[in-house]
Design a protein around this ligand. Structure first.
Ligand code: C2E
Ligand code: MG
Ligand code: MG
Ligand code: MG
Length: 276
């Protein structure tokens, strides 16, 4: 296409661009009210302690079953929800549903003492009062604070460290755990941990993917674990797809793990099956 001369080329690209914009706009319209229509649901991916492979919690992952287009991945629609502001209504709905599910797990399987981990987007952190929302939601659902983990990406905390760290301090004072998601993919990484107080880091799956093949990735992963532990921070590995990765991470002292080898994200019914 690049070889097509000026005019055509321009028309091609602008038409493609129009289509992309159109798709976004119609996706945004469809997403509006999707929760109320029952098109959005939560999948739960089990989180295990590496040492003894015990089930300790679950990450809540949003799923959109579109009536015409079928399953749409969060990597596609979360972005639209974020940019349109819809995340500010969907986010609290996700939080409440995840907390309510965790209350039911703890009620029906008291020994499990599971936590639920909820992803919070940059916009939810910037606008509104996340600490107040969390307080309110815990009170409403009856979930003890230690049953909730909040996952933030590095990009969400960059730029506004002062405000974010006081917000995180409020959450942590209340007893909610805060995890930094996709850790290692941002530029800041380690230096941020000095200014932004978190309880855990989730090593991005791009590192985990190569721990068996690439000595650099293994060295980085090992360094992250050592550094985090010296700061008293829990380490979670994402994207464990092979037994060998699990073994290496356990050897290196990583605390928790999730990934396809351990368990796929599943509906709440199937997740309860793991407990019973
Ligand atoms: P994330 O928080 O880093 O979630 C982990 C993603 O990795 C999930 O993708 C999960 O299905 C996938 N995953 C888990 N284990 C493996 C594995 O072994 N191999 C591979 N290749 N992938 C694995 P998913 O569900 O498509 O979610 C993508 C992202 O969308 C999430 O990344 C998160 O940033 C965002 N997201 C999902 N649900 C929510 C939500 O309720 N609110 C917000 N704000 N963001 C959400
Ligand atoms: Mg996450
Ligand atoms: Mg992640
Ligand atoms: Mg590599």
């Amino acid at each position: 296409q690049a070889k097509v001369a000026g005019k055509n080329c321009h028309r091609f690209y602008s038409r493609a661009m129009d289509q992309a914009v159109e798709r976004r706009v119609s996706m945004e319209q469809d997403l509006r009210g999707a929760w109320e229509r029952g098109e959005l649901s939560l999948a739960y991916q089990p989180v295990y302690r590496l040492e003894d492979r015990s089930l300790v919690g679950a990450e809540a992952l949003l799923r959109w079953h579109h009536p015409e287009h079928g399953m749409i991945a969060p990597s596609v629609f979360i972005d639209v929800a974020e940019q349109s502001g819809l995340i500010e209504t969907i986010g609290p709905q996700v939080l409440r549903a995840a907390c309510a599910d965790a209350v039911a797990w703890r009620r029906d399987f008291p020994a499990s003492n599971l936590f639920v981990s909820v992803n919070v987007s940059p916009r939810q952190l910037r606008n509104g009062d996340l600490a107040a929302l969390v307080d309110h939601t815990l009170a409403q659902t009856g979930l003890p604070a230690d049953g909730l983990h909040i996952e933030l990406t590095e990009t969400a905390v960059i730029g506004d460290e002062l405000r974010v760290s006081s917000l995180l301090a409020r959450l942590r004072d209340a007893g909610v755990k805060v995890w930094l998601d996709d850790f290692g993919t941002g530029f800041s990484g380690l230096s941020h941990l000095r200014r932004v107080p978190v309880d855990g880091v989730k090593i991005d799956r791009s590192f985990v993917a190569d721990v068996l093949r690439d000595p650099d990735d293994l060295a980085l992963t090992t360094a992250i674990i050592a550094m985090a532990h010296s700061l008293g921070i829990t380490v979670v590995a994402e994207g464990v797809e092979k037994e060998g990765q699990y073994d290496v991470l356990r050897e290196r002292g990583c605390d928790l793990a999730q990934g396809y080898w351990l368990g796929y994200p599943m509906n709440v019914h199937d997740f309860r099956g793991l407990l019973g």
